[in-house]
Design a protein around this ligand. Structure first.
Ligand code: UDP
Length: 237
């Protein structure tokens, strides 16, 4: 009998993760594969919230001379494009979902209402949170931390292109070493690229562990839920 370590989780998917090999846009083979992995969790009785990034379409800080706030709103809209794509992949395999957005767009998604989100989760629906926090100058990592605290998630599953946190960029340095465990303080002091510092401190203050892992290896999301060591765990321990 499998023992579920985390009953309610927040899955953070970067926009990059949805782009697959293309590096841009949405690769539906990838969203379909992620959807299947999420379905496994739902079938196990795990309650799943998901925050999606937007970097595969637009990042506010890459807006050049643009007004930063406008550029950030464009980024938030990009997260909604991804949220709908993930919703579609999930619904097509029979997973019930709701998209909730921090910026109202009632024709296509519910507005973010915490109590409603909690009810959806209790009923086994996957809640996908779009538009980040709804505020410019923030990131979807911060949105994931904030929503995780609000919905009382027991952990954040942070899906990345790399399979954990390294002391230096493993794509550039062959001798880069992976951390199995880290404390939030270490992450902040060493300036390690896990989440941005706003997101990391929010998790630290609210005692929400972050599991950093790669989506490239199928089955990883389930392994994380079962408490297997699949990447790097960042916590207050
Ligand atoms: N964004 C924002 N406020 C938020 C979340 C996101 O302004 O609360 C904007 C910001 O411009 C960001 C873009 O949306 O660059 C896409 O989000 P993010 O870069 O976090 O996506 P990821 O890197 O995870 O794909």
């Amino acid at each position: 009998m499998e023992t579920i370590k985390y009953k309610r989780v927040m899955l953070k998917l970067s926009g990059e993760a949805l782009a697959g090999e293309n590096g841009f846009g949405i690769d539906f083979e990838v969203t379909n594969r992620i959807a299947k992995e999420i379905k496994e969790l739902v079938d196990m009785g795990v309650e799943v919230g998901a925050v999606v990034g937007g970097g595969n379409i637009w990042r506010g800080r890459e807006g050049g001379d643009m007004d930063r706030t406008t550029a950030d709103y464009m980024g938030m809209l990009a997260t909604c494009v991804n949220a709908l794509a993930l919703q579609d992949s999930l619904e097509r395999i029979g997973v019930h979902t709701r998209v909730q957005t921090a910026i109202e767009m009632r024709q296509l998604a519910e507005p973010y209402i915490r109590r409603k989100a909690m009810r959806h989760l209790e009923k086994g629906r996957v809640v996908i949170f779009g538009s980040g926090t709804g505020n410019p100058y923030f990131s979807t990592d911060t949105a994931a931390s904030l929503r995780a605290a609000e919905i009382e998630a027991e952990a954040i599953l942070l899906a990345k292109k790399v399979d954990g946190v390294y002391d230096k960029d493993p794509h550039k340095f062959e001798d880069a070493t992976k951390f199995e465990k880290l404390s939030f303080i270490e992450v902040l002091q060493k300036g390690l690229q896990v989440m941005d510092s706003t997101a990391s401190s929010l998790c630290m203050d609210n005692d929400i562990p972050i599991i950093v892992f790669s989506l490239d290896q199928p089955g990883n999301i389930k392994r994380a839920i079962l408490g297997e060591n699949i990447g790097t765990i960042v916590s207050n321990d």
